[in-house]
Ligand binder design. Structure first.
Ligand SMILES: *Cc1c(COP(=O)(O)O)cnc(C)c1O
Length: 241
């Protein structure tokens, strides 16, 4: 159809504009928070769930290098359409029985919440011949609707996670509860940043605390002010789902 080229140009333009605004906000949050010297130390993961491959292509064209998906099937479909021209992130809950489909295919899994899942990933990663980098998801507010390790159990979990050879822990992730007033989320981010620093200082065997994935469209500025170095942003870049 004739209209397609025009619509696509609009999509590209909107993504570029939104990204520019977000980068400006991240720069400001870095200044105010004082955790990062350089705004480029904060990685933006563009969350394209529910959007089609065309949106992912537009995101990559706009300079987004990291793409996040929350469902295995959707990730596979978009990967098949787009290939490896970006770094793929699995950010959603991952079932054990789907671990084999993900191992060797993504740059980072954000959502590790059990040793059983790590065990499956270890097996699948070894088979694929590629190490899988992961983050441990922390449930900071004890919400039963959310998966994740409780803050008090992080250390013991990491000690166990350090025993795997083909799965490497690179940091922590959390999903904050949505609040109308994002400022209310600040203590959650501050507490997780503290755990992140503490666990790094412990220098646990085979555990790296390099990546702290926290902050979404609603609250990424506060997350960065509190030390996040990876934000997962969907709506603010691509519009509402
Ligand atoms: C959907 C999703 C995001 C992005 O949410 P927005 O509010 O659209 O920015 C981030 N992280 C996870 C785990 C998600 O599922």
């Amino acid at each position: 159809m004739d209209n397609n080229a025009g619509t696509e140009a609009l999509l590209h333009e909107a993504i570029r504009e939104n990204l520019k605004k977000i980068k400006g906000n991240i720069e400001k949050a870095c200044r105010e928070g004082g955790h990062h010297k350089n705004p480029d130390d904060v990685t933006i993961v563009g969350v394209t769930k529910t959007f089609g491959a065309g949106t992912v292509k537009a995101a990559i064209a706009a300079g987004i290098e990291n793409i996040g998906e929350n469902k295995v099937q959707e990730l596979e479909e978009k990967q098949a359409a787009i290939g490896r021209t970006c770094k793929w992130h699995m950010i959603g809950h991952l079932q054990k029985n789907k671990a084999a489909r993900i191992a060797g295919r993504v740059s980072l899994i954000h959502s590790i919440d059990s040793i059983a899942l790590l065990t499956e990933l270890e097996r699948a990663s070894k088979k694929s011949g590629a190490i899988t980098d992961v983050l441990v998801q922390i449930n900071m507010t004890d919400e039963i609707t959310k998966s994740g390790i409780k803050p008090g159990e992080v250390r013991a979990f990491l000690i166990q996670a350090g025993r795997f050879e083909w799965v490497k822990v690179k940091g922590l992730m959390t999903i904050a509860q949505y609040t109308v007033v994002p400022e209310e989320t600040r203590p959650v981010f501050r507490n997780l940043h503290k755990i992140f620093i503490d666990m790094g200082n412990e220098k646990l065997d085979n555990i790296n605390m390099e990546i702290l994935s926290m902050g979404m469209s609603n609250d990424y500025m506060i997350a960065v002010e509190e030390g996040s170095n990876m934000v997962r942003i969907g709506t603010a870049i691509f519009g509402s789902r």
